[in-house]
Design a protein around this ligand. Structure first.
Ligand SMILES: NC(=O)c1ccc[n+]([C@@H]2O[C@H](COP(=O)([O-])OP(=O)(O)OC[C@H]3O[C@@H](n4cnc5c(N)ncnc54)[C@H](O)[C@@H]3O)[C@@H](O)[C@H]2O)c1
Length: 399
């Protein structure tokens, strides 16, 4: 059935006043704090009628002056300098963790114990053991939980999942994914920011970029059963951000991996921040018995498809589908076809789904990533590091 495009469904019947409100407490006000906040602000009018209206209750950071300014700028009612105190605020039902990776476990576990629903940025944790403690805490508390694997919420990716689910590609043979960035990481004088500090980040390009393509591997193809991998740190020492001396870089600047899936498919994964010229180059190709699909994040409104049996043979080849019709995932909320959306809108979809699950007691899985998915991605990351260290193929085992 053809759904209306955004053009004809821009207004809905429900008045905002009739909708439930969900109070949000945000940790962090930099990159992800900003991305999530912008999404919360877009939901009430763009996802109209929204499942709930997010109420920006409080934001937390360590620097009192800076967090007060962030609250003013983004429109939060209160600012806190200690997440423990923020979690005592009864106006908050949803805790949003946009802090660095070492500030994921403790606040999320405390939030679960306080009965808050949780969205936590990826990677869920620095290690699988840490992620498992977080999973146990949310399951014990019975709260809704989501890991911000936002690329599941790109309409083209969700469309790819639906095609695979309904068997359009037949048996899957290959999953091939790269996530390449250039950053300024390649410069020797770049300080050892938190992403380069293993004690804070857990790993390097693996947890930062690799976790996304590992999650998409599981989302699109299925469970990974074994991995072989190699990691490399190209610049092993960097100036400390505080400006006194240098510190070791122990996380991976790059990793490459071969993987096996439960369903018999094989895959390759690669991520680096040292790919000069590559800005946000996440490219995924899946080859199946009946066809192939290919996705490029820098052209995120498109999906390339190829059908093995397409006629006439003379014009067969990959073609670009613009995933912007009203019948494509999430599109009924946006614009007329061809009026494209961007990276930030993945968070609008992700948080709308979570709010819906909270107020209607829905399931975050399978289309959203839960802490179970975050834990499973962390198990694969740990196995990749183990394989690189031992120079052997490693079986992936979930507890
Ligand atoms: N989903 C994505 O596409 C995506 C993209 C970038 C980052 N991330 C993830 O988001 C998380 C945050 O990354 P970022 O790029 O926003 O980092 P960032 O450095 O830009 O921001 C981190 C924020 O956390 C705050 N913070 C740090 N320690 C704190 C503490 N103890 N208490 C309160 N606040 C604290 C900092 O002040 C800052 O506001 C990371 O886990 C990262 O991997 C996800």
């Amino acid at each position: 059935m053809t759904k209306d495009t955004g053009f004809t469904s821009m207004a809905g019947p429900k008045a905002e006043g009739a909708l439930p409100r969900v109070g949000v407490g945000m940790l962090g006000y930099a990159f992800m704090g900003k991305a999530h906040t912008k999404a919360y602000k877009k939901i009430p009018d763009m996802m109209y009628p929204p499942p709930a209206v997010p109420r920006l209750v409080a934001i937390c950071g360590r620097d009192g002056e800076a967090v007060a300014e962030a609250a003013r700028r983004y429109g939060y009612e209160s600012a806190y300098t200690d997440w423990r105190v923020m979690l005592e605020d009864d106006r908050i039902q949803l805790f949003d963790n946009g802090g660095p990776n070492n500030v994921h476990a403790e606040p999320c576990i405390a939030a679960a114990q306080a009965g808050k629903h949780i969205i936590c940025e990826k990677p869920l944790a620095r290690t699988a053991a840490e992620a498992k403690d977080m999973l146990d805490a949310v399951e014990h508390a019975g709260v809704k939980h989501m890991v911000a694997f936002n690329y599941r919420f790109v309409p083209a990716i969700r469309q790819a999942r639906e095609l695979i689910e309904r068997g359009a590609l037949g048996r899957i043979y290959h999953y091939r994914a790269v996530y390449l960035q250039e950053w300024v990481m390649a410069h020797y004088d770049l300080p050892r920011i938190w992403r380069l500090d293993k004690s804070v980040a857990g790993s390097g390009a693996l947890g930062d970029l690799g976790a996304h393509i590992i999650d998409l591997a599981r989302f699109l193809v299925g469970e990974i059963t074994s991995v072989g991998a190699m990691t490399r740190t190209f610049i092993g020492e960097r100036p400390l951000p505080e400006g006194s001396g240098t510190g070791k870089v122990e996380g991976d600047d790059a990793f490459v991996s071969v993987v096996e899936f439960e369903n018999g498919a094989v895959g390759t994964l690669e991520a680096t921040r040292f790919a000069g010229g590559r800005k946000n180059h996440q490219v995924i190709e899946i080859n199946g018995e009946k066809g192939s699909i290919c996705f490029d994040l820098e052209r995120m409104n498109e999906l390339q498809v190829y059908w093995v049996d397409e006629e006439p043979k003379e014009t067969q080849g990959f073609r670009n589908v613009l995933v912007t019709e009203g019948y494509h995932p999430w599109w009924e909320n946006w614009w007329p076809h061809g009026h494209i959306i961007g990276w930030e809108h993945t968070f609008v979809h992700e948080l709308t789904h979570l709010l819906d699950c909270i107020v209607n007691d829905g399931d975050v899985a399978p289309y959203g990533a839960t802490f179970e998915d975050g834990y499973r991605a962390a198990v694969v990351c740990d196995a990749i590091l183990e394989s690189a260290a031992s120079r052997r193929q490693v079986d992936v085992a979930y507890s």
